[in-house]
Design a protein around this ligand. Structure first.
Ligand code: FPP
Ligand code: MG
Length: 389
């Protein structure tokens, strides 16, 4: 069972960090190493020099969070399908579209984080009961629904052709129907949110929707002032990615009925692991392109986006600033920027920043008692930092 779960996660790019393959091919000259084959059952860190994250005296036995909450989330996708089908009188195209991305092939990272936080804080408070756990599980499911609805909309905006190795919803159907499909998933998620029956939780998770849209909007803007660009990028990363993790954690800490300070720690855990997740995503956009194609592809640059690796690289290569300003729209911009990033310390600095957010995420958990769920949350930081895709 455990082996099967690990294999499934390997296919999704979340690596098992406890086993390290001794010899690794060098992918990029600077710092990034990957497995020689993704199909191999031997799994490894992306960066062989990576030191374990657990700090501040935490004695952390590695507990796999995905295995730990497996039983909580085993029927999640079936239940989401049932909810999405509920208002349909007959099997409909909208229902089929809405269920399309809930195929069990995603990482389900958000519900795993929300469940682990819920259990960890329940155990910390010493009051564990069914009502709390049922509602925390609902929050976890809603987080996956919000995430998926945002991906549907994102694919429309990005004119994506594929998602998770299959044809994207907007390509299989069309953009207008896909926009409505995303709305429908959100509507059904909102109904579940109402069922939690907690005013604070409704407010907390509503904030995520506003942040997601703002983050997507911020992504369309480029700050004229160079000195403001990194802050703008981090702000966008919070809104687009970390907000959902942070507020789902906060909601489940509120449901655990812990102190304000502890609720804040749950929020900070989600915020920090979320920003680290986005930083690694932005790093992988450079690395996995080279991995797959053996040459630059850089999807973000092609979309006109200047992410952390480019922003760091611009300190060494100021000529990047003009390209950033024109959103890499001149012939050759994407290729030049890609090469300059590789020749700079941009990838190292991005990973370093992700690492410091992971450390911060781990540190804030000092406030709660040791439990296997807390260990799992610590282990998750390692997984996020060393994931392959
Ligand atoms: C993936 O970005 C997209 C997001 C994390 C958020 C998208 C948010 C919206 C479209 C706003 C609308 C929100 C709702 C709730 C309907 P990406 O393009 O960087 O990643 P990708 O490579 O997975 O496409
Ligand atoms: Mg996209």
């Amino acid at each position: 069972m455990r082996r099967a779960a690990v294999a499934a996660r390997l296919a999704k790019g979340l690596v098992e960090v406890t086993k390290v393959q001794p010899t690794l091919p060098r992918l990029l000259s600077q710092n990034v190493e990957v497995m020689s084959t993704r199909k191999s059952s031997t799994v490894t860190r992306m960066n062989s020099t990576a030191a374990p994250l657990a700090t501040s005296g935490i004695q952390n036995n590695v507990v796999d969070p995905f295995v730990l909450v497996e039983s909580d989330l085993a029927t999640m996708f079936r239940e989401i399908h049932t909810e999405l089908d509920h208002d349909m009188e007959v099997a409909s195209e909208l229902g089929e579209m809405a269920k399309y991305y809930f195929d069990g092939k995603g990482k389900a990272l958000r519900p795993v984080i929300a469940m682990c936080i819920g259990h960890a804080f329940n155990q910390h408070s010493g009051v564990v009961n069914d009502e709390k756990e049922i509602n925390q599980r609902k929050v976890a499911i809603i987080s996956e629904m919000i995430h998926t609805a945002s991906l549907v909309h994102d694919d429309v905006l990005d004119h994506a052709e594929t998602r998770r190795g299959k044809i994207s919803v907007n390509s299989k159907w069309d953009c207008r129907k896909s926009a409505m499909c995303g709305d429908y998933i959100l509507a059904v998620g909102s109904k579940l949110l109402a069922q939690v029956g907690n005013q604070d939780v409704v407010e907390i998770l509503s904030q995520v929707l506003a942040d997601l849209v703002q983050g997507e909007f911020q992504q369309l803007q480029t700050k004229e002032e160079e000195s403001e660009r990194f802050e703008h990028y981090l702000n966008k990363s919070f809104n687009k990615t970390a907000s959902l993790m942070a507020y789902s954690c906060k909601a489940n800490a509120v449901l655990a009925e812990v102190s304000k300070e502890e609720v804040e720690a749950a929020f900070q855990y989600g915020r920090n692991i979320g920003i680290a997740f986005q930083l690694v995503d932005d790093l992988l956009d450079f690395v996995s392109s080279a991995d797959l194609l053996g040459k630059p592809a850089a999807a973000d640059l092609k979309l006109g986006l200047a992410t952390a690796p480019v922003l760091f690289a611009s300190a060494k290569y100021p000529e990047l600033n003009e390209m950033i300003e024109r959103r890499f729209d001149q012939p050759g911009d994407v290729e030049t920027a890609f090469q300059l990033v590789l020749s700079s310390n941009g990838l190292d600095k991005t990973r370093e920043l992700a690492r410091s957010h992971c450390k911060e995420a781990i540190q804030v958990l000092d406030i709660i008692h040791q439990s296997e769920y807390r260990s799992a949350l610590i282990g998750l930081c390692d997984q996020v930092l060393h994931r392959l895709k």
